[in-house]
Design a protein around this ligand. Structure first.
Ligand SMILES: *Cc1c(COP(=O)(O)O)cnc(C)c1O
Length: 465
């Protein structure tokens, strides 16, 4: 065995070889040395276990091949791109929506160049980073001002912390939502140091319930959009208009957490109705919060619009500094919002709306092309079919409303083959993510962006599960 150990070349010797010198130029000397040392250690362990020389020591070429592979793996970004065929268009686990080309351009501009983020070029003096977007949102929503934070959860926290710390907030029992990822209204209230006052019942809450709960310690009346569930049957809730009137009588602000919200009429696009931000503003709500990366179709952000004096107070709260957005997100959000100045062009411009408004005919066509491409890749154990499917918007938007869609389904005699298929799909350069239901793999074509790239990948990548 000692003889075998002695055949392992020294690190010094290896690093002087021309292949190593080349790798040091491409990567970095210290990293190459460290990775080479790890390989040498592996060789020692191999000898101790097997009493034989590993092939990557007996063949010098193999050693440098593995070394280069390991160095390359270190420099490759691990967050992989995937093809979303889950049927959920805004899939939070897959990064929600894609950005418009203009949005991507604005974001990369902000990355490459200095930008006048907090600088008024005309006046030649300091300004505020939310100013550009605030002006745009005034036009789009009719609100007096806006404040932008990291996401809508942050928006809710900031509103509560600024106006309700140590005070009471009145919310209907029917609206105490939990959004995926442990965002729960009662917990966020606790974090913001305020007391939740629940009124009404799960199915019915009346104006008098709010009125009876008002004390001298009430900070505001709050509405939370029940984004991800729907209560049916004997129900009743209080409209923003009625709450605003009550608030006025008691000199209390009304705040709405809209969740997804929308700036354009979804029904005009043949999509399920989603409350409009501008409607809430028009109803007199003092602060409305919504997400940048749900139906809006932009980057992750929390947007608060409303009364100028209240927005100013939000801007001055120390938490705003903690929750503020960076230049890339603000540039991207501005670019996304500008699309809303041209409403008829929205489905063309914003990838999320583009996917959601595809006709069944387009989807059928895509499904056929996908089926053909897959047919060439799968062996005879698999049966491919085109079937009607139900897609959804996702991210908590209207979960009870399903969008008609088309899927390629793949079934196999044995469950084992289906698992092998799933594994195979994960092995593609950009893994294909579908869903398994009713003993089949469903590939819903409504949610897949970059469809041509998917077909191309299936054409190029020669593996047969
Ligand atoms: C989605 C949602 C949130 C959280 O928004 P994020 O942007 O995901 O942080 C909060 N409230 C409601 C009602 C929501 O639908």
């Amino acid at each position: 065995m000692q003889k075998l150990f002695r055949q392992i070349p020294s690190l010094d010797l290896l690093l002087k070889k021309p292949q190593a010198v080349e790798l040091c130029q491409k990567f970095a000397y210290s990293t190459v040395a460290e990775q080479a040392r790890l390989l040498i250690n592996q060789a020692r362990q191999f000898i101790a276990q097997h009493q034989a020389l590993p092939s990557f020591i007996s063949e010098e070429k193999a050693f440098f091949c593995i070394l280069e592979g390991n160095l390359q793996a270190l420099s490759n970004v691990k967050i992989r791109t995937v093809f979303n065929l889950t049927g959920t268009v805004l899939h939070t686990n897959l990064g929600r929506g894609l950005w418009s080309e203009k949005t991507i351009e604005a974001a990369t501009n902000a990355m490459r160049h200095h930008i006048a983020l907090e600088f008024d070029i005309d006046e030649g003096k300091r300004s505020h980073r939310d100013n550009y977007i605030s002006e745009l949102l005034q036009t789009l929503t009719g609100a007096e001002a806006a404040c932008i934070v990291n996401n809508n959860a942050a928006a809710v926290l900031l509103m509560l912390a600024t106006f309700a710390q140590g005070k009471e907030v009145i919310v209907s029992r029917g609206e105490l939502v939990e959004i995926g990822g442990a965002f729960r209204i009662p917990d966020i209230m606790c974090q913001a140091g305020c007391k939740l006052v629940e009124v009404g019942t799960t199915n019915r809450t009346h104006l008098a319930d709010y009125r009876n709960a008002i004390t001298e310690n009430t900070a505001f009346l709050m509405k939370v959009h029940t984004s991800n569930y729907h209560i049916e049957g004997f129900t009743s809730s209080v409209s923003e208009e009625a709450l605003v009137a009550l608030g006025k009588a008691f000199n209390l602000p009304v705040v709405t957490d809209l969740g997804s919200g929308s700036l354009t009429n979804m029904q005009a696009l043949n999509l399920p109705n989603e409350p409009l931000v501008q409607q809430k503003v028009a109803a007199g709500v003092d602060l409305v919060s919504f997400s940048g990366d749900k139906l809006l179709g932009g980057p992750q952000a929390g947007i608060i619009v409303g009364s100028k004096t209240m927005i100013q107070q939000l801007q001055q709260h120390p938490l705003k500094r903690v929750l503020r957005c960076d230049k890339v997100i603000l540039s991207a959000l501005e670019a996304t919002l500008r699309h809303y100045l041209f409403p008829e062009k929205l489905p063309e411009a914003l990838p999320t709306l583009n996917l959601l408004t595809q006709s069944l005919e387009e989807l059928q066509n895509k499904a056929e092309r996908l089926k053909n491409a897959l047919n060439k890749r799968l062996n005879a154990d698999y049966i491919l079919q085109i079937e009607p499917s139900h897609a959804q918007i996702g991210s908590g938007a209207l979960p009870t409303e399903r969008l008609p869609s088309v899927a390629v389904t793949i079934s196999a005699e044995k469950q084992r083959d289906l698992l092998a298929l799933e594994k195979q799909f994960k092995a593609y350069p950009s893994p294909i993510i579908g869903r398994i239901a009713q003993g089949k793999m469903w590939l819903d074509v409504r949610s897949v962006a970059q469809f041509e790239r998917l077909i191309e990948m299936l054409g190029n990548h020669k593996t047969k599960p």
